[in-house]
Design a protein around this ligand. Structure first.
Ligand SMILES: Nc1ncnc2c1ncn2[C@@H]1O[C@H](COP(=O)(O)OP(=O)(O)O)[C@@H](O)[C@H]1O
Ligand SMILES: [Mg+2]
Length: 272
């Protein structure tokens, strides 16, 4: 069965969709069959990828039984990466979409039909820990919580962790926090290092990999491509950042699932 990972945040505009997309690309490029699922009624993933996204069938149709998984899941030009867009959703349909997604068991069942050929499912969620995000977390094994690296965010980390605990006890005991991800990191800005140290010291689940704020991400989303697809090597260092993130997250998943590589107890060679 595919591992399901949710990218969530309390605030909007912290780079969640950017992380979901570029992480999915990094995972697919290293050989994991990856499905990126857009759970944001605003259709954020599709918006930054396909221009005619609102015309594509997707999760909404799958939920309503109006499309088959073959019709709803888009195979992308990158081998190993598929996309389940939000689907055609008028603003007036959003409440019924949210209602359907949060009906007990419905999202898990729908994902099962779409993820059959996948190793990992990345779910991008709307901002805030509302009902759609709660439904995603209830159907998943792993959560990554994204926080903009500024002092105000420190207060909301504890709050985010409590919401997660509540979902773990109330609905999904299998859910594990995979990591707290510092985003929009501005290394040059005074105070950034203090905030990062507080995150690392105060919250042991804070990831070592952080996502810097760089123009390349904004540029890539304007063009509707993952950052590594920018021409002339423009996005290369940023794409490398997501390879590191994929590395760290995969190692953590393996550790939490008890699948970490066992180191040989005996040395293979001698130095002296
Ligand atoms: N690391 C980054 N550096 C610079 N701009 C970014 C970065 N991440 C996201 N952005 C830009 O910020 C805006 C919000 O990002 P997005 O990923 O949509 O956030 P969210 O999904 O949390 O609302 C977009 O215009 C995006 O291009
Ligand atoms: Mg988003």
């Amino acid at each position: 069965m595919a591992r399901r990972l949710v990218i969530a945040s309390q605030k909007g505009g912290v780079g969640k969709t950017t992380v979901a997309l570029n992480l999915a690309v990094a995972l697919a490029e290293r050989g994991s069959r990856t499905l990126l699922v857009d759970l944001d009624p605003q259709g954020a993933v599709g918006l930054s990828l396909a221009k005619a996204d609102t015309e594509l069938p997707g999760l909404a149709e799958l939920l309503m039984g109006q499309a088959t998984p073959e019709e709803a899941v888009l195979v992308t030009r990158l081998a190993g990466l598929s996309l389940l867009p939000r689907g055609r959703l008028d603003a007036t349909d959003v409440p019924s979409f949210e209602e359907e997604v949060s009906r007990p068991g419905v999202l898990a069942e729908t994902l099962e039909s779409a993820e059959a050929a996948c190793d990992i499912v990345i779910m991008d969620t709307p901002s805030g820990l509302g009902r759609v995000t709660t439904a995603a977390l209830t159907a998943a094994e792993f959560a990554v919580l994204a926080f903009q690296t500024e002092s105000l965010a420190l207060r909301s980390i504890g709050q985010g962790l409590r919401v997660l605990e509540h979902i773990q006890t109330a609905g999904n005991p299998r859910l594990q926090l995979l990591g707290i991800l510092p985003t929009l990191v501005e290394r040059e800005r005074p105070g950034t290092h203090a905030v990062l140290s507080e995150m690392w010291n105060g919250f042991p689940d804070t990831l070592e990999t952080v996502i810097p704020r760089t123009e390349a991400f904004a540029h890539a989303s304007t063009l509707g491509v993952p950052v590594g697809f920018l021409g002339g090597g423009a996005g290369a260092p940023e794409a490398r950042r997501f390879e590191l993130l994929a590395d760290e997250l995969e190692a953590r998943m393996n550790r939490l699932l008890g699948m970490e590589k066992v180191h040989e107890a005996q040395p293979a060679r001698q130095l002296l």
